[in-house]
Every structure is written in structure tokens, then in C-alpha cells.
Design a protein around this ligand. Sequence first.
Ligand code: C2E
Ligand code: MG
Ligand code: MG
Length: 693
Amino acid sequence: MTDTPVKLLFIEDSRDDVQLALLALERDGLRPSWKHVATEMELREALQSSTPDAILSDFSMPDFDGLAALKIARDFAPRVPFIFVSGTIGEERAIEAIRLGATDYVLKDNLRRLGTALRRALAEARDRERVRAAEEERARLVEILEATSDYVGMSDPQGRRIYLNAAGRKLTGVPEHHAEGALSPEIYPGWVREIIQNEALPAAAREGLWQGETAMLDSEGKEIPVSQVVIAHRASDGGIRFFSTIARDISERKAYEKRITYLASYDALSGLPNRSLLGDRTAQAMTHARRVGRPCALIVLDLDRFKLINDSYGRSAGDALLRQVGERIRGAVRDGDTTARLEAASFAVLAADLARADDVLNVTRKVHELFKVPLSIEGHEIHVTLSIGASVFPRDGDNFDALLGNADVAKHRVKASGGKGFQFYAAAMTREATERIELENALRTAVARRELELHYQPQVDIASGRIRGVEALMRWRHAERGWIPPGRFIPVAEESHLIEPLGDWALAEGCRQLAAWDRAGHYDLQVGINVSAVQFRSAGFVGAVTRALRAQEIDPSRLELELTESELIDDREVAISVLGSLKKLGVRISVDDFGTGYSSLNYLSRLPVDCLKIDRSFVARVEQGGRDAAIVQAIISLAHSLGLRVLAEGVETKEQLRFLRSHGCDEAQGHLFARPCATDAASSLIAARSLKV
Ligand code: C2E
Ligand code: MG
Ligand code: MG
């Protein structure tokens, strides 16, 4: 019957009876291995050392009792079939024995039945064992399912829930006693129910398994994103017995993914879209523009002098400033437009769906308008200006990089002419941009190569014709290109931060020359030196002035620093504090190009300045009378009422001089007297002491 022989344990006082039983079994085709015990002690020992497949026991023995043996066997080997083989057992005791756990009984005079009885008992024991093992297995699985943190549910093909594990009950808030019988679709939001019905269940029925990302509703009805598996379980006849579903809460991963996509598309500081997202939006806008035949534009906006602000107020103020600037730009554009931050102080706007290319001007005007109001950062009022360049699709480029690059070129053009302005891109500018870069590179080595010189232009006292002073004007003799005017290279120097070494050099050189003139006996000659805005606001400026004066032991009042009006009105706090330090040193201050800025005289009157230099554009038109003449007149009288000297720049004609003299202007400077000239020529003019015209 089996390969391994059945192991039998006989409890029997008579060896002959054991042999008879074995014989009967042999006749029935069974060749068991066996052991024989006759006493309680032997029985205990035998059961402790190994478990037989079946026990065959006599009922009444002289030294042992069958029922006592049965009890011991039930204790030590409860699942082993126990068959009484006895000559004496009666009906009643047999029933009692079965009740106490015996499997069967066979009478000794009917041993032919023993084989069948043993076989049946063994088969039943095996079945029982199989069921028991299966139940144990099931209990273990349920234990695992209850312990897992994934949602596990089973439902019949009609959608009624058969089982829902602890994690599932927790996720959905279904109490344990409701876990079964309810319709399982209730735990899904509508859109998932559709996926389950139309996609997941048919696919699982077809292929056995479906996987996807869906959502479940928690006890408060909130959607929890899950990754879900649906499995169809089939009966042996092929029909579906039930569906099971395993789902895992992926909220954290989803949130993380969202954060990653956010980080990949947005600038962390300003919260605005970054360059990459701007690129995507531009591509969309171009597609749209092609379809509807309306242009779109890319506008690049650069904060002027940001590094300066950052250096003087510190990083956190710089960051706050950038955030506010971003917000302000966004406030200036339409809702559908994208405002992005490209890099440090560079922003961009994608203006989509424009009626005409020139509509870009509306955007830039609005931006300039909004930025007239100073920003308030950590208690400081900061005036910022923007250099803005724009390119238009399809005119200036047909892809994002080209459009951005060209808007950038246009913006650089604005920067190069002093910032605060707007330019459209035009093809010619690319050459200009390249040239600008070349210029910057050459300028870097200009000081070291001694390519810079100061030329001097006399400043004349109108009443006496005496030379009161000279203005130092920087000249650059470029190795290949010859003389380059300061109007070209000063803005480049400012933008590339080369202005500081250049400015320091001008201060040192101007003072050195002043000392030389002093030694030649020109004790009250003044030298005016131009100071760029960037230089004025740099941390080392006052120190550089001090050093230049000390190096030559010059009376500070003979140095006049020329600052333009706009330098003084931008960020007044800094202006006032730097001017204060300069005044303490004893140097004089003049306001250059006066009349071109928008300063209020009221504000200027509170600054410690000594002289106003009327811009030459007004002087040029005084002869025509009218508005410019009136302005010059007003400047002179206002300056005098504030106790300031007035100098007219760019005086070219005798008529201009006459006008100025008749209105009491103190000094004049211009081609009428002398052009700026090299040191030797200037020295001769100074030696002559006065310039009569
Ligand atoms: P600015 O300080 O207003 O200088 C006066 C400008 O007017 C000079 O131009 C001068 O040559 C010019 N000018 C003088 N008289 C006449 C005249 O009768 N008619 C006309 N049409 N022009 C006259 P320049 O030398 O080309 O300098 C231009 C600007 O460059 C200066 O304007 C100043 O802002 C800047 N600059 C010059 N040297 C320096 C310097 O060492 N440092 C700094 N930061 N800027 C400088
Ligand atoms: Mg000047
Ligand atoms: Mg000037």
C-alpha cells in the first residue's frame, strides 16, 4: 500500500496474539514494522521515543487495562488511531471505548476485518491531519494578512466583501463587524469605481491579475492614493470564486513626487516658475501663436545694481528683495502670462497671445511704472530699476533658446547704456554684444598696460576769467582701436565691476597730478574727479578717497567729486551716509549733469553738496530762449538760494556765456574755453591762470 511500512504498536500480553494479528494483516497485504509492549511503563517509554502510525491494543490484560492504555495513548499521541483488538469486548464497553477516543475495535475471532479497519483508520487519520494542517496554514495566513500594513480585501464576484484585513479596516474606517458583506465599491471614489469596473475586474478575469494606481476613500471621505493589485481566484471548475485586492498607501511617494516635480519646475526662492518650466510654456505659446497667427514675446528683466544691494544690505535682504521684485513683476503682467526667475537677479516674462508685437511695450511700461515706488526691505526703502530686453516670436527667433538669447542681447544693450530702460531685440545687436564682450576683456588689462590717461578740462570763473579748477576726464587708448570715449567704456566697466579699479586709479592719478600742480605753485587749483554710481556705492569707496588724499598730502577741499543726480537719489540712505563721510573728510561734492534726473530740489537741499553742474543739453539751447533758458535761469537762482555754486557744462558759444553771465552763473566749462587736453597742455593753460574769451 505504501512504500514505507506502517509502524504499529501492539499493547498485548500474549505474543501469540501479536503473531496472529500480524498474520491476518499479512494476508491482507500489509507488512508493518511493529513494536510490542505489555505494561504501562513500556507503553509510556515506547510513546516517548517515537510515534507509531497506529496502536493496536488488547482490551483486558492481566497486568494492564485497555482503557488505561487508551487514556495514556490519547495523552501522548492524540492523533494516532487506536484500535482495540480483543476477544472479550462487549457491545456496551465498545461504545464506551469509542466515546473515550478509540478509533475502532476488532474481535480476535474475526481478525480478517483487522486489515480493513486499520486501513480505514489510517486513511481517516491522514484526512484529519490534512484538514488540521490546512486550518493551521489558513490561521497563519490570516495572521500575516492582519499584521501587514497593506490593504487586503476579498469580495465575491457580485462585489460583496468576504474579508477585509486590519490595515484595510483602518484605512477605510470600516469597523470589524462591518468588514464582511458590504459592497466593496463603496470604498472607492467615483473615478476609481469606473476603473475597477471597466478595467481592473475584466483584466483580472482575463489575465488573472491587474495592477494600477488608484485611490481609496478614508473614513472621512478623503482620497488616499494607492497602488493596487486585483487578483481573480478561480475554482477548479474554472469559474471565478472571488476577487482579492491588495493596496498600498502611496500618499508619501505622491507628495514626494509632487515636490520633486515642483522643484524641477519652480525657483525655490521666489516660488516662480524656473527656466525649464518657462521653456515648456514658451513652446506651448509658440504652438498656439502659430495656430492663431498672433505673436508672443519673451521679456527678460534684470535688476540693475543687484550685487551692490546684496553687498551693502546682506544676503537676507537681497533674497527678500528678489522675492518682492518677482511679485511686482508678476503683478504687472496679465494672468495668463508666465513670470519666471532665470538666475540671480534675472527674471523673465512670457507674454502670450499678443495682438501686436508692440504690445510688449505695455508690459514694460507697466513694470517701469510699478517700480517707481521704492521697495521696503527690512526697514530700508530701496529704489530698484530694471533693464529690460524683449524678443518676439516669430520675428526674432523660432525656438525658446533663440528667443531668450536675443531678449538677453537686447537687455545687455540697455545695461550698457546705464540700465533702467527697454530694448527690443534687433539682429544687429548680436554684433554689438560680441563687441561689448571684447571691450570688457580689453578693459580688464587696461590699467596694467597703462592704456588709461586723465585729460583735463579747465573750469573758469565767469566773472574774472580765472581758471578755478580742472575736471579730470578719463581716456582709454585701446591697443588696436585707438581712443575709446568714456561714454563707451565706463558703462562696460560699471557692469563688469571693473569700475572700482578704474575709479581708484582715477582718484590716485588725479591726486598725484594735483600735488604736482601744487608744487608748481597753483595752490588753489581744484581738481574734479567723476565718480560712477557703482563706485560710489562700493564698500571701499570712502577708504579709496582717503588713501588717495593721504598719499599726496593734499588739502581735501581741493578735490571735488562729481556725482550724477541719479546716484544721489537712488537709495537715499546710502547716499546720505556716504556723503556724510566724504564731507567729514573735507572733500567737495558737485552734482554732475544736473537737470537730467528727477531729483527734488528739496531733497538735494538737504544733501551736503557744494556745486551744481548744469547739464550741457540745457546750456546748448539757452540761446533759443524758451523752456531751456527758463530752466537754466531757475537752476541758477535756486542753487544760489541754497548757497550752492553753479557751473554750466558744455559752453560752446559766446552767446551762451553771455546768457550765463547775465543770470549770475558762477563758472563755466566747455569748448569755448578749452577742450579736455593731456597733462602738458593742461599745465600750460593753468600756468596762464586765466582764459579770456
Ligand atoms: P561729464 O562728467 O558730464 O563730463 C563732461 C563731458 O562733456 C566730457 O565728455 C567732456 O569732454 C564733454 N564736454 C566738455 N565741454 C564740452 C562742450 O563744449 N561741448 C560738448 N559737446 N561736450 C563737452 P567725455 O570726456 O566724453 O566724458 C563723458 C562722461 O564720461 C563724463 O561726463 C563722465 O560722466 C564720464 N567720465 C569721464 N571720465 C570719467 C572718470 O574718470 N570716471 C567716471 N566714473 N566717469 C568718467
Ligand atoms: Mg563730470
Ligand atoms: Mg556732466
